[in-house]
Design a binder for this molecule. Structure first.
Ligand code: SF4
Length: 111
């Protein structure tokens, strides 16, 4: 909920999503009444709301939950999330994905 990490232009970093994460995120986007993404005027995540909060919080990707945001404690130690990463990679393969992609491209591909 700190959202500094949602300002991609500011941080120079963008979360990477596997296909399963993108599909789950797309459910959240559609549930919020959108069918496509509009770029954020300040180069932040297109899912960051005008109120400065994530508009798809319950559907946010793994990186937003675990190891992307310095302000929320920074990266989780790899050993704590290795199993989850392997499961996401296995799911990606099952879903015909080709590995992690930056959020905007990964989401646009499934919307
Ligand atoms: S999906 Fe939500 S939490 Fe993740 S970067 Fe975008 S606005 Fe921030």
């Amino acid at each position: 909920m700190r959202t500094r990490c949602c300002h991609f232009r500011l941080t120079g970093k963008t979360p990477l999503l596997t296909r399963g994460e993108a599909l789950f995120l797309a459910i959240g986007v559609r549930a919020s009444g959108r069918k496509n993404l509009k770029p954020h005027p300040e180069g932040a995540c297109p899912l960051l709301g005008r109120d400065g909060r994530c508009t798809v919080y319950a559907h946010r990707p793994f990186g937003c939950r675990t190891h992307f945001c310095e302000a929320a404690g920074g990266m989780y130690p790899r050993k704590h999330v290795a199993d989850l990463i392997q499961r996401l990679e296995a799911l990606d393969e099952k879903l015909g994905g080709d590995g992690s992609r930056p959020l905007e491209g990964a989401l646009a591909a499934v919307l």
